[in-house]
Design a protein around this ligand. Structure first.
Ligand code: 6PG
Length: 257
């Protein structure tokens, strides 16, 4: 795995602005090299500001939006119209405001009977997109995969102690709720897919994340109890964008960017 790049920003607004710049730069590089950009969005509340920054009209000419393909890292098993839907939030904050073709948007199915069915269907969708059998190896590598960090150290919907953590031969699975709200079943990419990404970017903001940020960045690996410590891209780059409140418990380092 290449080096972990940790950047600290004075406040959430600065973090969101730089994160939007990072995504634009990754998109331009991927499209230049491979004529497409596969982006996995994270859910939760932190990324919303970044998505809004990315949707600003002045960025319209910065990206060949028609070459962008957007996926979900995880999803609450609720209708997309539900306020808890991660893809619903992404549409409101970003996707409804940029010219990514509808056929390039790949939400996780949540209108099927069960989250297990949703996971199966999403795995099949990814198989068609990457033109390989679902769950086959080598695991397909997304160009950029965004992650948030749960207070309990979860990433996507890979919660401490849950069976989803142990899946090494599936691209997509489902999970019952973790200890943090919302208490709904989830569908999630698995850790092998996360670690197959060309680039992984954590977006972490707020005082309440201080302890878990310190645990993940300065403590020992402990994947079962702190799933975020299992994010170690096979050959991709790992980036952490953290605001000062979330970095408050880290060893004194260079000043925020
Ligand atoms: C979700 C997310 C989850 C999130 C973290 C951090 O479905 O909730 O995918 O992994 O990224 O829980 O959430 P916040 O940004 O709201 O703190």
């Amino acid at each position: 795995m290449s080096k972990t790049d940790v950047k600290r920003y004075s406040d959430p607004e600065t973090l969101a602005a730089v994160a939007a710049d990072f995504i634009v730069a990754a998109a331009r590089k991927s499209i230049l090299e491979r004529e497409r950009f596969t982006l996995v969005l994270t859910g939760g509340s932190t990324p919303e500001q970044t998505y809004r920054m990315l949707a600003r009209p002045e960025r319209a000419s910065e990206v060949a939006w028609s070459r962008m393909f957007v996926f979900a890292g995880d999803e609450r098993f609720v209708p997309e119209t539900d306020s808890r839907s991660n893809f619903g939030m992404a549409r409101r904050a970003l996707l409804d405001h940029v010219p990514v073709p509808a056929e390039n948007l790949f939400p996780i199915p949540t209108s099927c009977a069960t989250p297990a069915e949703g996971a199966r269907l999403y795995g099949e969708l990814l198989g068609r997109f990457f033109n390989q059998a679902p769950d086959s190896t080598p695991v397909p590598g997304f160009d950029l995969l965004l992650l948030g960090l749960g207070d309990d150290g979860h990433v996507a919907s890979l919660f401490p102690g849950k069976p989803a953590l142990d899946l090494t031969d599936q691209w997509v699975t489902w999970s019952p709720p973790g200890t943090l709200p919302p208490p709904v079943d989830r569908v999630t990419l698995t850790m092998p897919v996360i670690n197959a990404a060309r680039s992984v970017l954590f977006l972490v903001s707020g005082e309440k994340k201080g302890a878990v940020v310190q645990r993940v960045l300065e403590g020992p690996p402990d994947y079962k109890r702190v799933p975020a410590t299992g994010v170690r891209p096979n050959s991709g780059s790992l980036h952490w964008f953290i605001d000062e409140p979330a970095a408050s418990k880290l060893r004194p380092g260079e000043r925020p960017a």
